[in-house]
Design a protein around this ligand. Structure first.
Ligand SMILES: Nc1ncnc2c1ncn2[C@@H]1O[C@H](COP(=O)(O)OP(=O)(O)O)[C@@H](O)[C@H]1O
Ligand SMILES: [Mg+2]
Length: 249
């Protein structure tokens, strides 16, 4: 049994009695503890796929299993979106502590866990600031910290770094890689960015235009090497991926 196991997934949206097929015959397998990256043209159904895994959409056909469970049964899933979702009236510390408060984690335990994750995300000096006082990159770090402090088993990320500039984006990729190496996290990340896919994705899933399906799965040995950017193998992998995506656009 593969940790993440999607077989013949189909999703249709209904609009004014008309059925609109968004995902068709999607098959995806990702072993536990690996990083998978989905890349594909805009509107091909990437977010729809992630929403099914995150149990935000239960109206689908086919088989979707996370560690042998349906999305609705699986408790350890965290979803990180592009638009952060921070509460403007709470400071960084309290935004991150939110989930721990809801789960009634003890005061000492939650203080320790909060501090540890702030250090890991390199935002300890921002803990008293409010979201309006943060840059986009900083907000994204807080949003990621808020999910990770709950120690999820599966992390779903929907184009998490797409609004960041190139340097911030690479730093976030490095931080994510570091976090992944320290934990047993399984990560499924959506991106538009070819370099990001090659840098992070041990498995890269290329999707076709709508109705979206996975047209190619790459096993990518280069992923997870901090020094890979700019190496010949890295650029070759980017070019291979680019040619697949060109066919789809
Ligand atoms: N709730 C919805 N109702 C109807 N159509 C939708 C809904 N959500 C998305 N769509 C349509 O489904 C297609 C895929 O959307 P989405 O999964 O957001 O694509 P992507 O994330 O790859 O850009 C698009 O054509 C979009 O307009
Ligand atoms: Mg999307």
């Amino acid at each position: 049994m593969t940790y993440l196991d999607i077989e013949s997934l189909q999703v249709d949206y209904r609009q004014k009695n008309k059925k609109h097929n968004v995902l068709f015959d999607v098959n995806l397998q990702l072993p536990q503890g690996e990083i998978g990256v989905i890349i594909g043209p805009s509107g091909c159904g990437k977010s729809t796929l992630l929403n099914v895994l995150a149990n935000l959409n239960q109206d689908y056909q086919g088989r979707v299993n996370i560690n042998g469970q349906l999305p609705i049964e699986h408790k350890g899933t965290a979803l990180i979106l592009q638009d952060y979702g921070l509460l403007p009236w709470k400071n960084v510390w309290n935004n991150i502590k939110l989930g721990l408060d809801i789960r009634k984690v003890s005061k000492e335990d939650s203080k320790m866990r909060n501090q540890a994750i702030l250090n890991k995300m390199r935002i300890a000096d921002l803990k008293k600031r409010y979201p309006a006082q943060l840059s986009g990159g900083q907000k994204q770090r807080v949003a990621i910290a808020r999910s990770l402090v709950l120690e999820p088993e599966l992390l779903l990320m929907d184009e998490p770094f797409s609004s960041l500039d190139a340097l911030n984006r690479e730093e976030m990729q490095d931080i994510l890689l570091h976090l992944w190496q320290e934990t047993n996290l399984t990560i499924l990340l959506i991106t538009h960015n070819i370099e990001e896919a090659v840098f992070l994705g041990q498995k890269i899933f290329v999707m076709s235009a709508c109705p979206g399906t996975i047209i190619k799965t790459f096993d990518n040995d280069i992923a997870g090497d901090y020094s890979s950017r700019g190496k010949v193998e890295f650029l070759e992998m980017c070019n291979t991926l680019r040619s697949y995506l060109r066919k789809e656009n």
